[in-house]
Design a protein around this ligand. Structure first.
Ligand code: UDX
Ligand code: ADP
Length: 466
């Protein structure tokens, strides 16, 4: 079976970059990315590539190369579904905010809406690929909806979890560690559908990196991979607190343990806490699934990774308050960074949000500078927490587009994201413009302690004892 036309429902952080790279690597395939959000589609179609809705290093150049040739962005979902032999579902699956499983289970309403729309529109057989992060056994729910509401056409459901990390999405997509494809290996149709997707990746991914499994293994592997990665971050963050108490340096500890080839060096960077759309959501999913099978010890084990992360964020804001003589009321604190990591404009679950919320509760005035995050995004992140009114947030927090202005007159600076440019700032100039004593809280451990102390800062680095 040869695929000539692909449709992807959902033009977000996953769908956009993934389809752009598929379009680049498979010029013979027409790729159409659709979304209900007209504004987002307009932004993907914008002639000014700075306006693309997703910032990823290297992405704009590939969009420019492929858009209008074999890559299209549209809100005409029905036409795109109809034309395509293969449909990727890449819509958001946030944690439920209501009802049973509130705060834990994934909200599958967007997935279900997609499945119903595909069923309504499809007039020929289709391969449906789940790309969103989903709880185990979602594929069978999609299949059931398609089979019971469709026009009598055949649907094959594949699970093809996305492992790209934001900020490195293009590289991750071009050179993936592995590609995972789950499907129904017990039927000929299932095998054919899996082969069709294998053939697409074969355009650029070595065959031995493409793994095929049953659907449930594939779905669970995605949750497990993220849970393991998040667990490493929480583990090193737990050690960072101990380092501060004992006079050890978490960076030295991380280097020492990372050189053990069984442990490895990646994902051992202590931080103010992990964020992003996946880690917390996927672990909560895992916890919810474990609980629903009565596996309480399994659930508690993984939940601790999240509790540790919450503690790390709270510990950081507590450190700021305690150091500033137990009060930040009316003091200006400048945040450098708001994104959940560098090289992305995504802020979902960013540690900065919680740290800001805690400090606003202490009546601090906050100034925020992030190289890629828009002002409206910062306010909507805070509004989502619902801790105080939007007006109050705007009164207490300002977003600046110049880092030097953001730092001017501040009592303290807090680094929340590890943007490279922060390392090259004129720290003397910043110091001179601040209130004294001038404090610097490095939640990402990116600056040089000796240099900053020489400038005059009282400098705290996460995980480094006195
Ligand atoms: C993650 C997975 O890496 C990816 O495979 C999956 O597809 C989606 O979820 P992402 O959330 O984009 O990707 O970013 P990632 O690089 O994993 O970072 C997640 C969070 O952990 C960030 O807030 C990051 O700053 C933090 N982190 C990561 C640390 O604090 N220390 C580390 O050593 C690594
Ligand atoms: P992710 O990080 O998983 O890509 P995003 O929130 O960035 O998540 O993107 C998901 C996209 O899916 C959003 O742009 C949203 O508008 C879109 N979407 C959600 N539900 C539907 C739907 N039923 N049909 C089309 N697009 C949808």
């Amino acid at each position: 079976m040869k695929i000539e036309s692909i449709c992807c429902i959902g033009a977000g952080y996953v769908g956009g970059p993934t389809m752009t790279v598929i379009a680049k690597q498979c010029p013979q395939i027409k790729v159409t990315v659709v979304d209900v959000n007209q504004e987002r589609i307009n932004a993907w179609n914008d002639n000014n590539l700075d306006n693309l809705p997703v910032f990823e290093p290297g992405l704009a150049a590939i969009v420019e190369e492929t858009r209008g040739k074999n890559l299209f962005f549209s809100t005409d979902i029905d036409t795109a579904i109809n034309e395509a032999e293969m449909i990727f579902i890449s819509v958001n699956t946030p944690t439920k905010t209501y009802g049973k499983g509130k705060g834990m289970a994934a909200d599958l309403k967007y997935i279900e809406l997609c499945a119903r729309q595909i069923a309504k529109v499809a007039k020929q057989n289709k391969i449906v690929v789940e790309k969103s992060t989903l709880p185990v056994r979602t594929a069978s729910a999609i299949k059931s909806i398609l089979d019971h509401t469709g026009n009598g056409v055949e649907f094959q459901i594949l699970s093809n979890p996305e492992f790209l990390a934001e900020g490195t999405a293009v590289q991750d997509l071009l050179n993936p560690d592995r590609v995972l494809i789950g499907g129904d290996r017990s039927s000929e149709e299932g095998k054919r559908a899996m082969q069709a997707l294998v053939d697409i990746y074969a355009n650029w991914v070595p065959r031995d990196k493409v793994l095929t499994t049953n659907v449930w293994s594939s779905e669970l592997s995605k949750l497990t991979a993220n849970a393991f990665l998040a667990q490493r971050v929480s583990s090193i963050n737990a050690i960072s607190e101990l380092c501060e108490k004992t006079g050890a340096d978490v960076n030295e500890v991380a280097k020492a343990i990372g050189m053990d080839s069984r442990i490895g060096s990646k994902f051992l960077k202590a931080s103010v806490g992990f964020g992003g759309s996946c880690f917390q959501k996927d672990i909560l999913n895992l916890v919810y699934i474990a609980k629903s099978y009565g596996l309480n010890e399994v659930a508690d084990y993984w939940e601790q990774v999240i509790l540790m992360n919450e503690h790390q964020k709270n510990r950081f804001s507590d450190k700021i308050v305690n150091t500033l003589y137990n009060t930040v009321s009316g003091k200006k604190i400048t945040f450098l960074g708001w994104a959940f990591k560098k090289d992305t404009n995504d802020t979902r679950e960013s540690a900065a949000i919680k740290v800001a919320d805690n400090l606003l509760n202490e009546q601090a005035n906050i100034a925020v500078f992030d190289p890629k995050v828009a002002k409206e995004r910062v306010y909507s992140d805070l509004e989502y927490l619902n801790t105080r009114s939007n007006e109050e947030n705007k009164e207490q927090l300002e977003v600046k587009n110049d880092p030097y202005k953001a730092c001017h007159g501040a009592h303290a600076i807090a680094i929340l994201t590890e943007w490279d440019e922060f390392k090259n700032y004129d720290w003397e100039k910043i110091y001179d413009s601040m209130n004294k004593p001038a404090f610097l809280f490095d939640g990402r451990g990116i600056l040089d302690k000796k240099n900053l102390e020489k400038v005059g800062f009282i400098y705290y680095k996460i995980g480094v004892g006195e």
